[in-house]
Write a protein that binds this ligand. Structure first.
Ligand SMILES: [Fe+2]
Length: 284
């Protein structure tokens, strides 16, 4: 019998949320986004989803199979949605969790990837995985390198493909796979999110409904010194980034990673300067 996923609310203490996350590898946060934010965000991305191309060529054919042919997909969201850049990416609760889990292992953390996945009827159970496998060269054991989330942008139910999580799997040995009965569907209302660690096994559930889509945003943060899945400098180039709040610019990687104060070095400079200062002064 699978453990359940702990459920907390957006106004619970961040330490309670972090400790549930540490204990189970995943936590559902109810009300992470207000219904107003969800509604404005959905309005901004509707047109992009309508024109999302099926079957476009991706970095590797396996990636297309991973998402599945019934999935509409939007990337580079910070350049497409002001609501995302200001009110989702910079969500104080998620950043509070990142402060506690990621900041001990870096000088600053950053957005890894943020994309909208709108999974249609007939979508199969997604391949079960740990998100951190993208950094498979990283020796184990290692500290947590990723705080991930799937935010429900409409109702997530067991039959329309709610994300399924194996609670406790963040502590399993790498070779242990999850059995189907160890998975729990993260059933959520719009604006709720399942927050999980990069080491937690999960996957999109099967959408067995005849006619309901399941729209969600997968967003994750990682250490400031790891290569990110999405190349934000190109998908949100300087001309767009300069119009965003500074905190969003920082999370998109426009700040140098300066670890000199802790005996390290710096990463990501331009002309040996901090690019966020150059962005502000108009030099880039
Ligand atoms: Fe995933």
């Amino acid at each position: 019998m699978a453990e359940s996923i702990p459920r907390l609310r957006f106004d619970d203490a961040i330490d309670s949320i972090t400790s549930a996350l540490d204990g189970s590898g995943a936590v559902i946060v109810e009300g992470l986004l207000t219904s107003d934010v969800v509604s404005r965000f959905n309005s901004e991305i509707d047109e992009h989803l309508e024109s999302a191309e099926h079957g476009r060529q991706l970095v590797n054919p396996l990636v297309g199979a991973f998402f599945g042919p019934q999935t509409r997909h939007i990337t580079g969201v910070a350049a497409k949605s002001r609501v995302f850049a200001e009110e989702v990416l910079c969500n104080p609760l998620l950043l509070g969790v990142c402060d506690r889990i990621l900041l001990p292992s870096c000088a600053r953390y950053q957005l890894n990837i943020a994309h909208v996945l709108d999974r249609g009827p007939g979508s199969p159970q997604q391949f079960l995985h740990r998100d951190e496998v993208v950094w498979s060269h990283l020796p184990r054991p290692h500290p947590e390198v990723q705080v991930a989330s799937v935010i429900a942008l409409e109702e997530f139910s067991a039959d329309n493909g709610a994300t399924r999580v194996a609670p406790g799997s963040h502590r399993w040995p790498l070779e242990r796979a999850a059995e189907i009965e160890e998975l729990v569907a993260a059933e959520m209302s719009p604006g709720d999110a399942v927050v999980y660690l990069g080491s937690t096994i999960h996957g999109g559930g099967p959408n067995t409904t005849p006619d309901r889509r399941r729209r969600g945003m997968h967003m994750s943060y990682t250490l400031g010194w790891l290569r990110t899945e999405e190349n934000h400098y190109l998908s949100t180039p300087p001309d767009v980034a300069r119009t965003l709040p500074r905190q969003a610019q920082e999370l998109l990687g426009y700040s140098a990673h300066d670890a000199i104060a802790t005996g390290g070095g710096y990463l990501g400079t331009v002309d040996t300067r901090d690019p966020i200062e150059l962005l502000e002064s108009g030099e880039i």
